[in-house]
Design a protein around this ligand. Structure first.
Ligand code: PMV
Length: 362
């Protein structure tokens, strides 16, 4: 498919009003997306576990305007209160998707959104937030085109979410999603995420992700700044090749359930993301001392116990602790005994792999 396939081919008669709602999860990348080209096109392919507890719920009520406006007409509420600081983000998003969503200037929208995870937990809500919004917009489109193919619905929702925030395109489905063209994964594309359709060993089907909140503050470096820094970075070409290679390596690992090799790829990806940030111009250290403490303790625990616990990181100081279901008691005990002390206010979130977004009744 190409971008053009997402432009509606016929004009639609606007219905008067309606309501839609979706709950959409966050995701955690195993092979990281870091670096992009014009138009939210990723510089390399990535793969993620879809999460389940960390999610955004978005409800949109829409009402036809007497005459279409030049400006987008919407009210935005976050956790029950108007949130003017979000408006520019939504306006930018609307501008990017306008060519694909013909009704955007024909309605007044009331958007109400809330997150399941605590506000300012240092957890990015852009993946869950943008995917929930994209799904609501697609549901409105489907109200106009009821015969829409369900497969097209999912692809276009992911395509729109990508234009909001790249990694959001991996939050529509689950449990594993690939985004970005990679030669060994048929149908993989830079335009939207696709469900990882190869054999997956049962050990990965109910993986846990406990998110340790090391730093709950505002992100020190925005994704936009981070992606920009990859442009012209001295190691970027090698990094992009490595991401392709790591995705290839993951295929047999995911099939056979080889956790030792899984750990190597996942931890190396996390550290590479941070290494790129540390060696950029400008350079940043996104880890905090407690991030490193946690990493060392995970390594020591693994060595001593033979556990298959490992970590990954986003572009921040929080640590995602990944482990299989059959080790959950042992690892949870370890987290409580040894790691929670390094979290801000001892806070952490117990999440696990999930199946993707769900439509809510309104
Ligand atoms: O979706 P963005 O532009 O916020 O980028 C996020 C990228 C990482 O979360 C750091 C990695 C990833 O692949 O999710």
């Amino acid at each position: 498919m190409t971008e053009k396939d997402f432009i509606p081919s016929k004009s639609i008669e606007l219905i008067e009003k309606g309501k839609v709602a979706y709950k959409s999860p966050s995701n955690i990348a195993l092979v990281k997306y870091w670096g992009k080209k014009e138009g939210q096109i990723p510089a390399n392919p990535s793969i993620s576990f879809t999460l389940s507890a960390c999610a955004t719920t978005t409800k949109i009520s829409f009402k036809k305007l007497d005459s279409p406006t030049q400006q987008y007409s919407f009210d935005f509420f976050f956790e029950g209160n108007p949130k003017p600081s979000f408006r520019p983000k939504i306006e930018t998003f609307f501008k990017r998707i306008e060519a694909y969503i013909p009704y955007l200037k024909g309605y007044h929208f009331i958007m109400e959104t809330s997150n399941s995870f605590p506000h300012s937990s240092g957890i990015a809500s852009s993946a869950s937030g943008m995917s929930a919004l994209a799904l609501c917009l697609m549901e409105i489109e489907r109200m106009h085109i009821p015969e829409m193919d369900p497969d097209f619905f999912v692809k276009k929702a992911s395509f729109l979410a990508r234009l909001g925030s790249g990694s959001a395109c991996r939050s529509i489905e689950g449990p594993l999603v690939v985004w970005g063209g990679q030669e060994e994964i048929p149908d993989s594309t830079d335009l939207y995420g696709i469900r990882y359709n190869f054999e997956v060993h049962p050990v990965f089907k109910n993986f846990h992700d406990t998110i340790l909140l090391v730093d709950k503050g505002q992100k020190q470096v925005s994704s936009t700044v981070g992606h920009d820094l990859v442009k012209g970075h001295p190691f970027s070409e090698q990094r992009f090749k490595q991401a392709h290679r790591n995705l290839s390596l993951l295929k047999p690992i995911l099939r056979t359930g080889n956790l030792k090799e899984f750990i190597k790829v996942v931890e190396s990806e996390a550290l590479t993301l941070h290494a790129i940030m540390m060696t950029g111009d400008p350079y940043f250290v996104l880890m905090k001392p407690n991030t490193l403490e946690i990493i060392h303790r995970i390594w020591a625990f693994r060595e001593a116990s033979g556990s298959h616990v490992c970590f990954t990181l986003d572009a921040g100081a929080n640590v995602h602790v990944l482990y299989p279901e059959n080790e959950k008691e042992q690892v949870h005990q370890f987290i409580v005994n040894e790691l929670v002390a390094y979290c801000e206010n001892q806070q952490y979130i117990c999440d696990r792999i999930g199946l993707g977004a769900i439509r809510l009744k309104v």
